[in-house]
Design a protein around this ligand. Structure first.
Ligand code: ATP
Ligand code: MG
Length: 683
């Protein structure tokens, strides 16, 4: 029996109401996720509900993992195993893997990432003779936006997003059609398709939606404020046979407006389910009250919000700090110094997070951490599969699994060198077009289009055919090792780079790839097939090996500092949090300011960051920052307004302060405050 005594009355009520719609609307750290996890444990342990009829959805892999860990802590690994705790995307892939043939794709589809997407858009614009006129990246993000809005290539022209007067709209329409057609021809989908196609599947096949709804009898969605209309519709389909849906969210933490999520989803929920039980929580169990006071004062200035004030019983003599730094190097030095001090006092590094608005802020911090030999992990930086070597190897896996995957073939046809240049490739592409057959079939059918190149072509085709069998007969990790040996890939790396360090790094990436395949094989055993592995690699959002370790149920945090964006920190908590670059044009971001947009989403982002901290919060900003090679003066963020300043202890040039004369120090403080206030005037 799981005792619900770890919940307060309102949380318990929400956990015990397992039937019908429930909406938990509450501030940060008030125990929303905890309520969900106890609710799941209660269902399984106390009510005897089967684990595989429970679905919990979260937004990032990290948050889904955290949810799993908490459930495992309550139920143990064995009972938790069958419970589906997924992100929207992994849920989508799970469904498409079984059903995508109903949409005319083969079940062994590939998933394309942004570089593949851009390559196809580039082709389309070229054919449209507009490659110079329009930016491929713009067009690609427009397509992505349309998919997230649920608008297909056929609906686009009739949608309000289409402007018949605007040549850009026409180019995008052409590119969108071309793009979808090609993807289908290559038997590939992109990230946005994962949800877009799942929804199309449900819309066109209500019986399939019903079957999934019958499978998942109890559904919970964490971070509900960030679902967009598409995701809500998906959830609606999954609940058609029952209304056992519990969603939890906080309007103050809605930070994905740019992807079409907004508060209206919460309102929509209440409209769809007027009978829903609504639970509000106000006590925060995460942070000490001084941190919460600051958070409350920062978020207060947003006009459109449901008024609520969080409070906490946790008292402490810590006042959140604001450090004014000279520049980004200085910022990095001082923070890492502080971390080393923490470490010296026996502190755990897993308790520390460094948060920033955008990934470009990370490198100076990373350098400094490396120099001081402080272990760290970076979430969502360069993705593991974005590394060239990993991508090469994955392309092999994709081609072996799905020979129609043209983009992957194009990538590896001449890696390692087989003497097949671009000119030859072009001929085969033309042939594939002419005969309307996949590129691989063209290679197979016409090995001698270029007689001098035919040895290379035959070698490639044979290799892929051979490995199709190898992967069927041997384990995943064995097959991958054999493949790497057979193509002599490590030797290829050695020849590719003269720099010994580079060679080592890249060889390491390959080793890391092999290790992750091993871990995957050991954990999933007979289910560790090529398809599942490729999908896992693509859906994880971190380069870090830790993500692959998530199979180790109930893992404790490693002794490493965590670096990540404010966006990816949502839902997580750390004892000590550093928020860097709290300055105008960084947070709020320049883009938002310059487009004259509403900055309230940026303010919520700041609020999300502050509310991650349990015991200690340090914010920093730089007085100068190098932009386009030029030192540029910067000002503290408008979010740290007068109200907030009352909750902050401000320190100027932390490391150099001690060396100043008193007079200099006073001057500094004066200039700091005038700077702060001057800045507030235009808010
Ligand atoms: P966020 O909005 O940031 O996602 P949340 O509302 O999901 O926050 P949780 O992460 O569930 O909040 O809880 C915050 C912290 O407070 C966790 O460490 C959790 O274990 C603790 N907590 C929540 N409720 C209680 C309670 N009733 N008793 C003791 N601890 C609690
Ligand atoms: Mg949460």
């Amino acid at each position: 029996m799981i005792s619900l005594s770890g919940l307060n009355d309102k949380q318990r009520e929400a956990a015990e109401t397992v039937e019908g719609p429930v909406l938990i609307l509450a501030g940060a750290g008030s125990g929303k996720t905890r309520t969900i996890t106890y609710r799941i444990a209660h269902m399984v342990d106390n009510l005897g509900i089967k684990g595989d009829s429970i679905l919990g959805v979260s937004f990032t892999n990290k948050a889904a993992k955290e949810m799993r860990e908490r459930v495992v802590t309550l139920l143990g690994a064995k009972k938790s195993r069958k419970i589906a705790l997924l992100t929207f995307h992994s849920l989508g892939v799970r469904i498409l893997k079984k059903e995508i043939d109903k949409l005319g794709y083969h079940l062994n589809f590939s998933i394309y990432d942004q570089s593949d997407q851009l390559a196809i858009v580039r082709e389309a614009l070229k054919l449209y003779h507009a490659e110079k006129k329009f930016d491929q990246k713009d067009v690609q993000s427009k397509i992505s936006y349309l998919k997230n809005a649920g608008i297909s290539e056929n609906d686009f022209a009739d949608s309000p997003h289409f402007n018949p007067e605007d040549p850009y709209s026409h180019a995008t329409e052409y590119a969108y059609r071309y793009y979808q057609e090609k993807l289908k021809f290559y038997n590939a989908i992109d990230f946005d398709d994962i949800l877009f196609l799942t929804l199309r599947l449900f819309r066109e096949n209500p019986d399939i939606a019903r079957a999934y709804s019958e499978k998942y009898q109890f559904i919970m969605v964490d971070e509900y404020q960030d679902t967009n209309a598409l995701q809500f519709e998906l959830i609606r389909h999954l609940t058609v046979t029952h209304n056992n849906l519990c969603v939890v969210g906080d309007d103050d933490q809605s930070i994905y407006g740019f992807r079409g999520a907004d508060i209206s989803n919460i309102l929509e929920f209440e409209k769809t389910f007027p009978e829903a039980k609504v639970v509000k929580l106000e006590e925060n169990y995460r942070s000490v009250s001084s941190i919460l006071d600051l958070a409350n004062n920062v978020i207060k200035e947003n006009k459109k919000r449901r008024d609520k004030t969080l409070w906490s019983q946790k008292k402490s003599d810590h006042t959140p700090l604001l450090w004014a730094m000279g520049d980004t190097d200085h910022e990095a030095e001082v923070i890492v110094e502080d971390i080393v001090r923490h470490q010296g006092k026996g502190g755990h590094l897993g308790d520390i997070a460094i948060l920033y608005r955008s990934n470009t802020q990370a490198p100076p911090i990373e350098d400094q951490l490396r120099m001081s030999q402080v272990p760290y992990t970076i979430i969502g930086g360069q993705k593991f599969y974005d590394k060239k070597e990993v991508k090469d190897l994955m392309s092999y896996l994709f081609v072996i699994m799905n020979p129609s995957d043209q983009m992957a073939i194009r990538r590896i046809l001449n890696i390692p060198h087989r003497g097949i240049g671009n000119a030859t490739l072009e001929k085969y592409l033309a042939k594939s077009q002419e005969d309307n057959i996949p590129l691989f079939d063209a290679l197979e059918k016409y090995p001698a289009i270029d007689p001098q190149r035919s040895a290379g072509i035959i070698k490639f085709v044979d290799l892929i055919r051979k490995f199709k069998k190898v992967f069927e007969m041997h384990t995943l990790s064995q097959s991958i090792s054999t493949l790497i040996e057979e193509i002599d890939y490590l030797n290829f790396i050695d020849k590719q780079y003269d720099n010994a360090k580079q060679v080592e790094r890249r060889r390491n990436d390959v080793m890391h790839f092999i290790e992750s395949a091993e871990r995957f094989t050991n954990y999933y055993k007979e289910n560790a097939n090529l398809k599942n592995f490729c999908e896992r690699l693509l859906l994880q959002d971190s380069q870090d090996k830790e993500e692959m370790d998530e199979e180790h149920d109930g893992d404790v945090r490693k002794n490493e500092v965590t670096l990540m964006t404010l966006h990816s920190s949502k839902g997580l908590e750390f004892k000590n949090v550093y928020m860097i670059g709290i300055e105008e044009e960084t947070l709020p971001h320049k883009k938002t300011i310059s487009q004259g947009e509403d900055i309230s989403e940026e303010r919520r982002l700041c609020y999300v960051g502050i509310t991650r901290a349990q015991e200690k919060l340090v914010m920093t900003y730089c007085k100068q920052r190098k932009l386009f090679g030029k030192e540029t003066p910067r000002f503290v963020s408008r979010f740290l307004n007068t109200l907030a300043a009352d909750n902050l202890f401000i320190e100027q040039d932390r490391t150099t302060f001690g060396h100043m004369s008193e007079e200099e120090a006073t001057d500094y403080k004066k200039s700091f405050f005038s700077n702060l206030l001057g800045n507030l005037k235009d808010d």
